[in-house]
Design a protein around this ligand. Structure first.
Ligand code: HEM
Length: 126
């Protein structure tokens, strides 16, 4: 995960167009593994989301500056606040929607919709 994030950061820093990843067909077994694994953190979505977001910003502190609502607050003070937890929960819900859709009839369309929306939230801002 850390490597993926670092690579993305490098692509953004070098201003190169990020490559579009190839869409791969998952087997039923792979889908089952993903769903069972995801069920663990998603059993407590707010707590897990907060830990993931907190750890991410702790490891990549420059990204905290991108969040208008969080940039002027020391990260330790964000822990447990409704705004921070609510943002983390939104991230978790996006993953949940995509993972729930795996293996369903129009799952690919749902996942593409989620990814497209996430892309819009994260477009380069002037
Ligand atoms: C797959 C992983 C991610 C998901 C699912 C996700 C999801 C979201 C969602 C749903 C929003 C909109 C929140 C709202 O409506 O208030 C958002 C906003 C945002 N995300 Fe992400 N995000 C992800 C990764 C990241 C990463 C790695 C960064 C690193 C900088 C980031 C930075 C931001 C920023 C700066 C905003 C705007 C917050 C604001 O309005 O102040 N996101 N994200």
């Amino acid at each position: 995960m850390g490597n993926v994030v670092t690579n993305v950061q490098e692509i953004i820093a070098s201003n190169k167009e990020p490559p579009t990843p190839e869409l791969k067909q998952l087997t039923e077994r792979q889908i089952e593994i993903i769903k069972n694994t995801w069920a663990v953190p998603y059993s407590k979505p707010l707590d897990s989301g907060e830990i993931i977001l907190y750890t991410y910003l702790e490891r990549f502190p420059m990204n905290q500056q991108k969040f208008a609502a969080f940039r002027n607050t020391p990260i330790i003070m964000l822990k447990g606040t409704p705004g921070f937890r609510s943002h983390a929960h939104k991230i978790m819900k996006n993953f949940a929607t995509a993972i729930d859709a795996l293996g369903t009839e129009n799952g690919l369309q749902v996942i593409l919709g989620v990814v497209t929306e996430i892309g819009k939230y994260h477009r380069r801002r002037e």
